[in-house]
Design a protein around this ligand. Structure first.
Ligand SMILES: [Zn+2]
Length: 135
């Protein structure tokens, strides 16, 4: 999908998604380009203490606007789980001299975070589907 089309679609839909998720006060900035890990289509770096996030989207991974909206919803949902980062930082301090243990816990944290975000998206897509079918 062309980057200018992606930027336009993001601009048109971000406020609706923020409202849906209760993130109206968040400042979410978008960047476009390749990820460090090419297997990722997008990422979200959220700082819950400042209600700020940077969402990076790789245009090469986005097939169409429907796909983009699912990616956008997913990345915005990471703002909801960002408060758990405080746990991760506390564990990192406790395991400062035990990288192997921290890496194992960090892997578990990342997997759990993704599962929760995917679960939230699944619920929201289900609600949308039911709302759509009532029309
Ligand atoms: Zn994710």
């Amino acid at each position: 999908m062309d980057q200018s089309d992606i930027e336009r679609t993001v601009d048109e839909n971000i406020n609706g998604i923020k409202k849906l998720l209760g993130l109206e006060k968040w400042e979410i900035v978008f960047a476009y380009g390749e990820m460090d890990d090419d297997s990722f289509e997008a990422s979200c770096l959220a700082r819950v203490e400042y209600s700020e996030a940077v969402i990076t989207i790789d245009p090469n991974h986005i097939t169409d606007s429907k796909h983009l909206l699912r990616v956008l919803l997913h990345e915005c949902c990471h703002c909801l789980t960002a408060t758990f980062e405080t746990y991760k930082f506390a564990v990192a301090r406790l395991l400062l001299n035990d990288k192997k243990s921290f890496d194992a816990i960090d892997e578990m944290y990342s997997r759990a975070n993704e599962e929760v975000v995917c679960g939230i998206c699944h619920i929201l897509e289900g609600i949308h589907w039911q709302k759509y079918c009532k029309k």
